[in-house]
Design a binder for this molecule. Structure first.
Ligand SMILES: [Zn+2]
Length: 341
């Protein structure tokens, strides 16, 4: 079985974006603020948006199940206040839930949280609990920078975030550390801000003793871990200078990386540097990089090709495709077992 742990609903019907634009307009002029009930998307529209896009590509490329969350760049936690984020997260999560109900063999949900800059993260817990307990979601996306590129929140190791971690441990769910749109002109959203955040999150964990407080907490760092695998020697050396344990003991029981690296040398480096137990298959399809690589003739985000071509044993490939995902997402494993898989 091939599980893609990183997919977003980037192809939602246009009505969603139109509703969001009205909501954003309503921040300045409450008289135009739309009601949730004004967003109408039928099951047929949802089916169509998935069947001709994600599901088609999954079948073509040979993946079976996508761990599916709302469009990351649209989370835009910096827009409006907690109420705006809360309403928006509720809508986006419900759509992913409906997709998971329409295609139970192919999609399972991960929640976006109603984060808002300067607001206590514990305000996210009701939405989080609803998604896990009522929708059967198996994880969350946690934005370490709800300000959208200005980094006004404390680091992930700060007690500020502990209410979320306590709930994650209680519910046995991992978090993908995933920022959203950058509203800082210095950082391109998917080309800089995302990769900066991946690297930053790792370093915040490295300099802290977060996992002493939460030995079972699990973070999935997407986009191949940003710059982390490439600079593994630097991180090992810094940890050594700080008298931290070896990284494999200090971080690798808790931190995992996905395979959203869009060329073969990148995947070869990832699988050569990071232990195979810490690598989970993902493509982030349909996402930031949608084109065809003229050097190979294949889509950049067809990451399965790179895993197939990497120097791995069949057992290692199985770990990356399925085994590690079932271990990192215990609720995913339980849901699959309940389906007889
Ligand atoms: Zn993503």
């Amino acid at each position: 079985m091939i599980i893609d742990v990183h997919g977003h609903y980037t192809t939602a019907p246009k009505a969603l974006e139109e509703w969001r634009n009205r909501q954003i307009a309503g921040i300045k002029d409450p008289s135009v603020m739309p009601k949730v009930s004004e967003l109408k998307i039928s099951d047929d529209e949802l089916r169509e948006s998935i069947e001709s896009n994600q599901l088609k590509k999954m079948k073509e490329r040979g993946s079976d199940l996508t761990v599916f969350s709302p469009r990351a760049s649209f989370m835009a936690h910096h827009i409006g206040d907690f109420q705006v984020s809360s309403t928006w997260a509720g809508i986006c999560n419900e759509l992913c839930y409906r997709v998971s109900q329409l295609f139970p063999d192919n999609f399972i949900g991960v929640a976006m949280l109603p984060q808002s800059p300067g607001v206590d993260p514990k305000t996210c817990i009701p939405e989080l609990e609803k998604c896990i307990k009522e929708y059967g979601f198996v994880g969350i996306n946690l934005n370490p920078d709800p300000s959208g590129g200005h980094w006004t929140s404390p680091p992930l190791s700060d007690r500020h975030w502990y209410p979320i971690y306590e709930k994650m441990v209680e519910l046995d769910i991992p978090a993908m550390i995933h920022v959203s749109t950058s509203c800082n002109a210095c950082f391109h959203t998917t080309g800089a801000h995302y990769l900066n955040a991946d690297t930053t999150a790792f370093m915040q964990c490295l300099t802290s003793d977060l996992f002493k407080d939460f030995p079972t907490l699990k973070f999935l760092i997407p986009h191949g871990g940003g710059a982390v695998p490439y600079h593994w020697g630097r991180f090992r050396g810094l940890a050594q200078e700080m008298k931290k344990p070896l990284l494999k003991d200090h971080l690798l029981n808790n931190i995992f990386f996905d395979t959203c690296v869009y060329h073969q040398p990148g995947i070869d480096l990832l699988t050569g540097v990071i232990p195979i137990d810490n690598i989970l298959f993902a493509s982030e399809m349909i996402g930031a990089v949608r084109g065809i690589d003229p050097e190979t003739g294949f889509y950049y985000d067809d990451t399965k090709r790179y895993i197939e071509a990497a120097k791995l044993t069949p057992e290692q490939r199985h770990q990356i495709y399925e085994g590690n995902a079932r271990r990192v997402f215990p609720r995913l494993d339980a849901a699959l077992k309940a389906q007889g898989k």
